[in-house]
Design a protein around this ligand. Structure first.
Ligand code: AP5
Ligand code: MG
Length: 213
């Protein structure tokens, strides 16, 4: 099963992608997580990506597309994957479609998690994220068993640099401008499914499972 997650920053893409990945045994591939791991490890890619991420801007397509195209060609992705945070621009979506076409494949679902902007800032300030495994929690809506420690891998939880309210506002602007048009793109492809992302995260997951079957 090949799935793309759509939705504003903070809509719950990462949260749901992790749950999908476990239930359907497909890898969770998050470009944001890949960039953050590169930043943590001080790689050249990490240095370049950080400049953009800290400002809430998109990392240029040329640093992003090949990375994903290579990643989905790996062995663990042969039965599918859940892409989280990619594609994020029309050129990225086109690059993905083209890469899949070359291999005679296509996406099965694009799932859009709908959350209005008003709810987003509140969610971001309470988010805690694990840099080791990409696990995402919330101090109020999805707390960990031990404060500050990832339930999934035991790693240390941190606040993301781009979760400051002023950066969140920029990320939302970029989302509406560059990423929202993907909803129409995938609607035209006939694979768009939308879910209400404002309800409890387990109810969002139930709705998604109802779609995926
Ligand atoms: P990325 O890491 O992808 O961030 P994002 O899209 O801004 O989305 P988030 O990870 O912030 O939110 P999410 O939807 O995953 O929500 P989450 O599950 O955490 O990208 C970061 C940056 O990297 C970008 O700004 C860009 O610079 C760069 N980048 C990445 N990919 C790129 C690409 N393809 N091209 C170019 N640049 C790229 O949930 C949020 C919080 O809410 C959590 O605390 C969670 O516990 C909580 N929550 C989740 N669901 C619910 C619920 N139903 N009710 C209550 N709380 C909930
Ligand atoms: Mg995320």
């Amino acid at each position: 099963m090949k799935i793309v997650m759509l939705g504003a920053p903070g809509a719950g893409k990462g949260t749901q992608a992790k749950m999908i990945s476990e239930k359907y045994s497909v890898p969770h591939i998050s470009t944001g997580d890949i960039f953050r791991a590169n930043i943590k490890n001080g790689t050249e890619l990490g240095k370049k990506a950080k400049e953009y991420m800290d400002q809430g801007k998109l990392v240029p397509d040329e640093l992003t597309c090949d990375l994903v195209v290579d990643r989905i060609a790996e062995d663990d992705a042969k039965n599918g994957y859940v892409l989280d945070g990619f594609p994020r621009t029309i050129p990225q979506a086109e690059a993905l479609t083209k890469a899949l076409e070359k291999r005679g494949e296509k996406l099965d679902f694009a799932i859009d998690i709908e959350v209005p902007d008003e709810n987003i800032v509140n969610r971001m300030s309470g988010r805690r994220a694990c840099v080791d495994c990409g696990g995402t929690f919330h101090i109020k809506y999805n707390p960990t068993k031990t404060e500050g420690i990832c339930d999934l891998c035991g790693g240390k939880l941190t606040l993301r640099d781009d979760d400051k309210p002023e950066v969140v506002a920029d990320r939302l602007r970029v989302y509406h401008e560059a990423t929202q048009p993907l909803i129409e793109y995938y609607e035209k492809e006939g694979i768009l499914k939308s879910v209400d992302g404002t309800v409890d995260l387990n109810d969002v997951f139930d709705a998604i499972c109802g779609i995926l079957g």
